[in-house]
Write a protein that binds this ligand. Structure first.
Ligand code: TEU
Ligand code: CA
Length: 558
């Protein structure tokens, strides 16, 4: 594996709408982000990914772009964006934007023109089909529910395809003209000084053509998007072309949002000269997903979590590096998902942080993760904004759940868990805005906020700082970044442990996912304790006695 500049870095995802509001309109914005750059630098962050801030009707919170070349006025101006890039550079930080090119907004010029003249130039930017007597070309279900086919406005008998919401028409990547438009836009942004992109839903750009039905997995007679993807062959041709025409000449860093890739294709995706620099590890996040819907998901246990992490590492160890996450804007909060119910404390949050950040790969911290933000207990479906949650709520009701249990079930997975405003302090609206926030603040903000943790050496926040500092500490960096990962104690229930080994150093990372003490016999001699989420570690000869949810990083005599 070739060494790359980003290997030693730490990344952070900002969800701009919910990060920091500078002008009191209840919506986070670019000046707000700029005002927090020093905070992020001090936390140990080098790379910042911004979820979309382009012009958008915000039907899917910016993942529906109506103008790729402008900033949505609610987020700021192009001057703000240029300033952000410049201010980041001053601090030796790098900005990534979100590249959403599987689809655009139905309010994009291209789509408006396609509606006016479906057989003209812009009609070919989309998938538009004649459907005599309303017979749809295929039985695919969209990610957000219902058919992928929607009547084309103003054109009776014609339908267009959308893998996500109907306000997100899919772009037709089979059309070379469309691809040229996309490459031009990517290069325009890279020329501005962006470091690169997080690339949205990119696996979906290849459709299996001609349209055909696949086996239905629900009573609605439709097949899932996952099923459709199984039949799509040849996405690599588009991805390789995009890389060669845009990322490669700019030396851009890219992280792909990739689900459902075919295992044998992984080296093409993130090996040396892959389509992308790296991709997210979603092995844990998709654990327990059910074809029936969110309400039917299996809860992930510590043992499941451990095997998911190790399996992902195994798959890529020979050729690449994954980007490791415990959460993002599409997922519930990691601490609420991966720590068993009733056991979420500062200690267990630090354990989860240790287990995740010490994996081999690039850590992506999601805003608020560093202060241990938790899921929200939405009291009513009216408090929820996310289209996907609203759809899944309906799916749960249709399956016969009562409104109360549907809300509970859906709350566990809701994307809005991660989208509530950042909890800066204990003042009104958690210091996020002086106005009314677009989405309610988590009920727990007086208890969990940055201000109360900043000067507390025992806080989750200060622990994250110490943990992230290790990646840059010359005494450990080489091992943490490049060392092999080898699982240990895999037969122990609720213990997650692994070596990180380089030629001249052995680190042992151990977490006790139990509320009770756990004694373990160390495989070799302890040199010293690098990090500990509790004040002490009990040892006796070769044995260590870990307290409930204790996590330690040990340097061993190798
Ligand atoms: O997500 C793509 C995606 O496939 C999953 O996130 C998932 O299907 C969805 O979250 C289920 O609720 C990306 C973005 O991260 C997401 O926010 C957008 O909604 C989506 O693409 C469409 O652009
Ligand atoms: Ca604002």
């Amino acid at each position: 594996m070739q060494k790359k500049w980003w290997h030693k870095k730490t990344a952070y995802q900002i969800y701009p709408k919910s990060f920091c509001d500078s002008n009191g309109d209840g919506i986070g914005d670019l000046p707000g982000i700029i005002s927090k750059l020093d905070y992020l630098k001090d936390l140990g962050i080098d790379i910042i990914w911004l979820s979309p801030i382009y012009c958008s009707p915000l039907a899917d919170q910016g993942y529906d772009i109506s103008d790729y070349y402008n900033i949505d006025p609610r987020f700021g101006t192009m001057d703000d964006m240029d300033l952000l890039i410049a201010e980041a550079k001053k601090r030796d930080m790098h900005i990534l934007m979100d590249l959403v090119v599987n689809h655009c907004s139905d309010e994009h010029e291209w789509f408006k023109k396609a509606c006016e003249d479906p057989d003209g130039e812009y009609g070919k930017y989309f998938y538009i089909e004649d459907c005599p007597n309303g017979k749809l070309p295929c039985n695919w279900r969209s990610y957000f529910g219902g058919s992928v086919w929607e009547p084309l406005p103003g054109q009776p008998g014609k339908y267009y395809l959308h893998m996500f919401h109907k306000k997100q028409p899919d772009l037709n990547w089979e059309n070379p003209k469309l691809r040229e438009e996309i490459y031009k836009m990517i290069n325009w942004w890279l020329d501005k000084g962006l470091a690169g992109f997080r690339i949205d839903a990119i696996i979906n750009i290849k459709k299996p053509l001609p349209w055909q039905n696949y086996p239905a997995d629900r009573k609605d007679g439709m097949c899932s998007p996952d099923e459709m993807l199984k039949h799509a062959v040849g996405v690599g041709e588009f991805l390789g072309e995009m890389r060669d025409r845009t990322f490669l000449p700019h030396g851009a860093f890219t992280v792909g949002e990739i689900f459902n890739e075919k295992a044998e294709e992984l080296p093409d995706f993130i090996g040396d000269n892959g389509y992308f620099s790296t991709m997210f590890d979603f092995n844990e996040t998709i654990f327990g997903a059910s074809a029936k819907g969110w309400y039917d998901q299996t809860v992930i246990t510590p043992n499941d979590y451990r095997s998911c992490c190790f399996a992902s590492q195994k798959k890529i160890e020979d050729f690449g590096m994954l980007s490791n996450i415990i959460e993002n804007h599409d997922e519930p909060r990691g601490v609420s998902r991966y720590i068993p119910e009733g056991e979420c404390t500062n200690t267990s949050k630090k354990l989860l942080a240790t287990m995740n950040i010490m994996l081999r790969g690039l850590p992506f911290i999601y805003q608020g993760q560093e202060i241990g933000m938790e899921n929200v207990e939405f009291q009513s479906i009216d408090e929820v904004d996310d289209i996907s949650t609203l759809d899944e709520y309906q799916v749960a009701l249709n399956a016969g759940l009562t409104p109360d249990s549907a809300l509970k079930a859906v709350n566990r997975i809701s994307r809005d868990n991660a989208r509530t405003p950042y909890q800066w302090d204990a003042s009104a609206n958690a210091g996020f805005t002086t106005g009314t926030p677009w989405l309610r603040v988590n009920y727990n903000y007086k208890k969990i906020n940055l201000e109360s943790q900043k000067n507390d050496p025992d806080s989750v926040y200060q622990y994250y700082r110490r943990l992230l500092a290790l990646r840059k500490d010359p005494a450990y960096a080489e091992t943490i970044v490049y060392g092999d990962l080898l699982p240990v104690f895999e037969n122990q229930d609720r213990v997650m442990a692994y070596y990180r080994k380089s030629a001249d150093q052995t680190l042992l990372v151990i977490g006790n996912y139990k509320t009770q003490q756990q004694t373990l016999t160390l495989p070799s001699k302890l040199k010293h304790i690098v990090l500990n989420n509790l004040p002490q570690l009990k040892t006796e000869g070769n044995e260590i006695m870990l307290e409930g949810y204790q996590a330690v990083i040990l340097e061993m005599l190798s």
